[in-house]
Design a protein around this ligand. Structure first.
Ligand code: 5RP
Length: 221
């Protein structure tokens, strides 16, 4: 099976978690694109969606799925999104596609976070994938120096602006032994909007696609 076929497999499996007549949270990225396409097949059974990126919102609208502003939604039973890395503890690195801030906001609102991934994303320790940090432009150099002091090697994502008008520093070389602690430490740096560690609000369900099928894991909390 190709990686795209695995992504499609988990995307279809995620439909089982979508709550009828409710708004569903939709993340961003290539796996989520497959989920949006799958969601279109049941669009008559949902109220609509909130989207973590302009790209996801566009794709949803093209399928005729109503897109709500998160501020107009009182509750969100489920949020479906991919990840760049995930551990068995359901801690994740996200933001490879640059949508980390909106993803984190929607994840915070959602009652259940369903992470959809192909098996290549499951890792024992986070950090091989460079950790994205969204920064206000004037804080770029300061935050870069702080990341260096913390043992990372930050690189400015070239020719890139987030949907929020900010910059991304991709921080290489971190071996992340305590994801919730690092997540908080990075968020405390002045000028950081958010970082791509999703550990304080981890996933609740992981749907992992492999050639043997989809493995479903549920967080023990
Ligand atoms: C975007 C994300 C994505 O979920 C993450 O990058 C995974 O993307 P893909 O499904 O394309 O591998 O966090 O900001």
């Amino acid at each position: 099976m190709t990686q795209d076929e695995l992504k499609q497999l988990v995307a279809r499996e995620a439909l089982k978690h979508v709550v009828e007549d409710a708004v569903v949270g939709v993340g961003s990225g290539s796996t989520v694109n497959f989920f949006i396409d799958a969601l279109a097949t049941i669009k008559g059974r949902i109220e609509g969606a909130v989207a973590a990126s302009e790209a996801s919102a566009e794709r949803l609208k093209k399928h005729g799925i109503r897109v709500f502003d998160l501020n107009s939604v009182n509750e969100l039973p489920v949020y479906v999104d991919g990840a760049d890395e995930i551990t068995e503890h359901m801690h994740m690195i996200k933001g490879g596609g640059g949508a980390l801030t909106r993803e984190k906001i929607i994840a915070a609102v959602a009652r259940k976070f369903v992470c959809i991934c192909d098996a290549s994303k499951l890792v024992p320790v986070l950090g091989r994938f460079p950790l994205p940090v969204e920064v206000i432009p004037m804080a770029r150099s300061y935050v870069g120096r702080e990341l260096l002091r913390m043992g990372g090697q930050p690189a400015l994502r070239e020719n890139y602006k987030t949907d929020n008008g900010n910059l991304i520093l991709d921080c290489h070389g971190l071996t992340i032994m305590d994801p919730p602690a690092l997540e908080a430490q990075l968020n405390n740096l002045a000028g950081v909007v958010t970082n791509g560690l999703f550990a304080r609000r981890a996933a609740d369900v992981l749907l992992l696609g492999s050639p043997d099928g989809v493995k479903t894991s549920t967080a023990r909390r």
